[in-house]
Design a binder for this molecule. Structure first.
Ligand code: PLP
Length: 424
């Protein structure tokens, strides 16, 4: 198999005929497969469903003398704070344990910045002429949507193998209208990149012009290795404090992909000063979050070591799925030279860069053949990929046999759209 770029027009036309027949054959199978969202598969949900058996007796509802069935403890059960602090490597006093989703806490932080301002805001953000926001891309579509709905001007920061392009970040933060930045520092969505030590140091030591600049640190995949050993990662709160930026980072995490998405526990970790300030505002909107669920998780997960043991059981399910995807791409696509991808060791995605100008067409062909993928462009601010190249593959939901079919369809569609482009 030679690269398409080395083939003559006649050879490409012959190849197109072959691939077109392959595509028609796949289409005729009436497939209905989904690689669109990073949802755990049924085997993973079954793996953790004994979480519903942890309450055996009345005392199980009592934690550090607190009856978790009642109102109170706005910032979460102390035991739940200890659990997340253990996992994130920060102090329990820095943790706010919320409801069933970390995205809600992220949204709420930005909403409060708009309506009331944050600890160091000269005024609420709604009173500012313009708010700009840094978006490392490819990135998480829901992050971008949050800041877009508040009317922020989204600035794309290119992602590298080390994390966001720090030269671009350092230049951008000289503008006082730039109020914050999204980050998924470990196994980034979708690239699966782990920020390097140097990137973390440069972020933690930034001196943004905005006094209330927010470093949104979404550590959604902090313990989510599906291959190899757990990778240690610096605690962003102490890193920032080292450089006099204690109030700059807001870290988020959840058990959505440890226990149950939508029925897990989300948390925020930030300086105690930030927590004091935000808790007063949050206390107006809610009396307390679901502490029964927090306690369920404390009784089920215990601590970081036991949680890591559970993550190895998830890895046993997820690893083969990711390998099915990257093996197929390595085998079918690599020799043709029409796309590049990374081989992540954790997280929930494989990020693929197709030949520029072919991502939309590839996904349209996938849809025709019954395979749903994340929409083209979704990984960029405003849903627009300037290169029309990035495709996010989410292998976690389908069982391996279905996944193998879905990835075969994707490979065929990648070839077909590349051939169309080359022959146009
Ligand atoms: C980077 C990232 N953050 C947050 C979430 C959602 O987390 P939660 O369920 O805690 O809201 C996801 C889900 O895919 C994600 O990829």
């Amino acid at each position: 198999m030679s690269a398409y770029s080395e083939r003559s027009r006649q050879e490409l036309l012959t190849e197109q005929e072959t691939i077109r027949r392959e595509f028609e054959d796949l289409k005729s199978r009436g497939l209905s497969l989904n690689m669109a969202r990073g949802k755990p598969g049924k085997a993973q949900l079954d793996l953790v469903s004994d979480i519903f058996n942890v309450f055996q007796k009345a005392e199980d509802f009592v934690s550090d003398g607190i009856d978790c069935r009642n109102y109170g403890e706005l910032s979460g059960l102390p035991a739940a704070k200890r659990l997340f602090a253990d996992i994130l490597g920060c102090r329990p006093e820095q943790v706010f344990v919320g409801g069933n989703a970390s995205l809600q806490l992220m949204y709420d932080t930005i909403a409060k910045a708009y309506t009331h301002g944050l600890l160091h805001s000269p005024r609420p953000w709604c009173k500012e002429e313009t708010i700009k926001w840094l978006c490392p891309a490819p990135g998480y579509d829901r992050h971008f949507k949050v800041t877009e709905t508040f009317g922020c001007e989204l600035i794309t920061i290119p992602m590298t193998d080390e994390g966001p392009d720090m030269d671009a970040v350092e230049k951008a933060i000289a503008d006082p209208a730039v109020k914050g930045m999204w980050n998924v520092p470990k196994y980034s969505n979708p690239d699966g990149v782990i920020y390097s030590e140097e990137t973390v140091r440069r972020l933690a030591s930034m001196k943004p012009a905005a006094p209330d600049f927010v470093l949104m640190w979404d550590n959604a995949y902090c313990i989510h290795e599906f291959e190899g050993d757990f990778v240690e990662f610096p605690d962003i709160l102490s890193e920032c404090a080292k450089y006099g930026n204690a109030d700059m980072p807001y870290e988020f995490a959840s058990t959505s992909k440890i226990t149950l998405p939508g029925a897990g526990v989300g948390c925020m970790a930030t300086s105690e000063a930030n927590l004091d300030y935000l808790s007063k505002l949050i206390g107006v909107q809610i009396i307390s979050y679901d502490k029964v669920n927090q306690q369920r998780h404390v009784l089920y997960l215990h601590n970081k070591a036991d949680t890591l043991a559970l993550m190895r059981r998830h890895a046993a399910v997820l690893g083969p799925k990711f390998r099915a995807v990257t093996d197929a791409l390595d085998r079918e696509i690599a020799p043709l030279g029409i796309a590049q991808w990374r081989h992540p060791k954790g997280g929930y995605f494989v990020s693929l860069n197709a030949m520029p100008g072919t991502a939309k067409r590839t996904l349209e062909l996938c849809r025709e053949a019954g395979v749903t993928m994340t929409g083209a462009g979704a990984t960029f601010p405003y849903g627009k990929d300037p290169q029309d190249s990035n495709i996010r593959i989410a292998p976690s939901l389908p069982p391996v046999e279905e996944l193998e079919q879905a990835i075969a369809v994707l490979c065929t569609c990648l070839k077909l759209s590349a051939l169309e482009k080359l022959l146009a």
